[in-house]
Write a new protein. Structure first.
Length: 189
């Protein structure tokens, strides 16, 4: 019975201290992993990002949907658009191009969830992008890119850890898109 009381005491202390109930904004800082190239040969290309996530928040800080919501610091669309534009410029594109030659990117999901386990919770971060090469009225190439981060956790995660987890997933998806040779060749045509 004493073990049960200890668990309740720890849970009560956590609730009273507000560990999972403090707002937190994740700071995204996508890191582009590309070498300079001339694949784009100066081709004028427009980058158009749309946020199509089912909700504006990432999830909650606590397990099982309990706790304060995590949000993104700043404008997610603009952060991703700036990173993709930088990546295309590194590959030789001019990113102030016409709508007829367009990289459309749809942010499909950015999710942060902690599921309870016996000894630890399972933290899952997922970022999903859809990249579309648009040429005039046609869409000759479309692909989905996924980034994820998974780890076991025993306590509510702090700001620095959450920034690292979410940025890891974002970096995976953004770099997968920018390293998709078929997509880049489609834009360069």
């Amino acid at each position: 019975m004493k073990g049960y009381q200890a668990v309740i005491a720890v849970a009560a202390l956590c609730l009273l201290s507000g560990c999972a109930f403090q707002k937190q904004a994740v700071r995204l800082q996508p890191q582009i992993d590309l070498s300079q190239s001339n694949l784009g040969s100066g081709k004028l290309t427009m980058v158009n990002v749309a946020d199509e996530r089912p909700r504006a928040t990432l999830g909650t800080r606590g397990a099982g949907g309990i706790g304060e919501q995590l949000v993104i610091e700043g404008d997610l669309k603009q952060i991703i658009q700036d990173a993709l534009s930088d990546g295309l410029r590194r590959q030789g594109f001019a990113t102030d191009g016409p709508i007829e030659n367009q990289l459309r990117v749809e942010i499909r999901n950015l999710d942060y969830a902690v599921n309870t386990g016996f000894w630890a919770g399972k933290l899952n971060v997922e970022f999903l992008l859809k990249g579309i090469c648009i040429k005039n009225e046609s869409r000759p190439y479309e692909q989905t890119y996924r980034g994820e981060y998974r780890t076991n956790v025993q306590v509510v995660q702090g700001e620095e850890a959450n920034n690292n987890y979410v940025n890891h997933a974002v970096n995976q998806a953004v770099n997968a898109l920018l390293n998709d040779r078929t997509l880049i060749e489609c834009l360069a045509r």
